[in-house]
Design a protein around this ligand. Structure first.
Ligand code: ADP
Ligand code: MG
Length: 237
């Protein structure tokens, strides 16, 4: 066969589902569940930001994402929507355990993510928990953590539960998110993150978002990313 021209539509563009939604600008044009659409509507989110428009058609198809966009560009919805939709499509229920994990570098950011998850996920039936240490006693969390479907956590507290909480089970995890990924992949969290990832199933969707593009091949190997979609947008302020 002759080699493909450099700009040939290989990979994602051949995916019928992706190409169908690659040009849309409004959330209501995306193939989202009514529950998610209602959550977005209630929070007055109607038009997608650039990073949402560029990444959601890929992430909703189940692809791994490496997304970069500056602070304030709307990265949170770009990973919360795919998690919620994936679990909804899988008919995830209270018996199914942990299906989504969002890791945040700080307690404060984790708290903000959790609020967005509660807003957009308002009409879904998933249980979600904020595991950040400090606020609640870890012993109390241990009694509930096995019943949660979506965890929003800091690396240290997640690993603590993996190590200490009896029957804590992430083996069915569907989607892993690293928010502010460049900070989580930084040396300070290296050991913790490696220990976490070692306990997660390799067959999962992984979404990495940060203000700067994470390109370290080593980091991507550590996270077992599968043919990730690199998305970098620079929005006008
Ligand atoms: P980032 O994580 O990229 O810094 P956030 O996800 O925190 O950005 O979003 C920044 C602000 O933009 C938040 O106040 C959020 O509610 C708002 N926002 C996000 N997406 C949209 C949207 N599609 N339409 C309107 N506002 C949005
Ligand atoms: Mg953010």
């Amino acid at each position: 066969l002759p080699p493909l021209p450099k700009d040939a539509p290989i990979g994602p563009l051949q995916d019928d589902k992706f190409s169908r939604y690659s040009g849309v600008t409004m959330f209501k044009e995306l193939p989202l569940s009514k529950r998610t659409q209602d959550g977005l509507k209630r929070a007055n989110f109607s038009k997608m930001t650039d990073i949402q428009r560029a990444s959601l058609p890929h992430s909703l198809c189940g692809r791994d994402i490496l997304g970069a966009a500056k602070t304030g560009s709307g990265k949170t919805l770009a990973f919360i929507i795919p998690i919620v939709e994936k679990l909804y499509k899988e008919r995830w229920g209270s018996e199914d355990g942990v299906g989504g994990i969002i890791i945040s570098p700080t307690r404060e950011l984790a708290g903000q993510l959790f609020d967005v998850l509660k807003t957009v996920g308002k009409f879904h039936n998933f249980s979600a928990g904020l595991l950040i240490g400090g606020r609640k006693e870890v012993e109390m969390e241990k009694e509930h953590v096995n019943a949660l479907n979506i965890l929003v956590c800091t690396p240290g507290r997640l690993l603590q539960h993996m190590d200490e909480t009896p029957n804590f089970d992430c083996s069915q995890l569907q989607v892993l998110v690293l928010d502010e990924a460049d900070r989580i992949l930084d040396v300070g969290f290296k050991k913790t993150l490696n220990a976490i990832v070692a306990q997660l199933p390799k067959r999962r969707q992984t979404l990495l978002f940060s203000a700067t593009q994470t390109k370290s091949i080593q980091d991507l190997a550590r996270l077992s990313l599968k043919d990730p979609e690199y998305i970098s947008v620079h929005e006008d302020a």
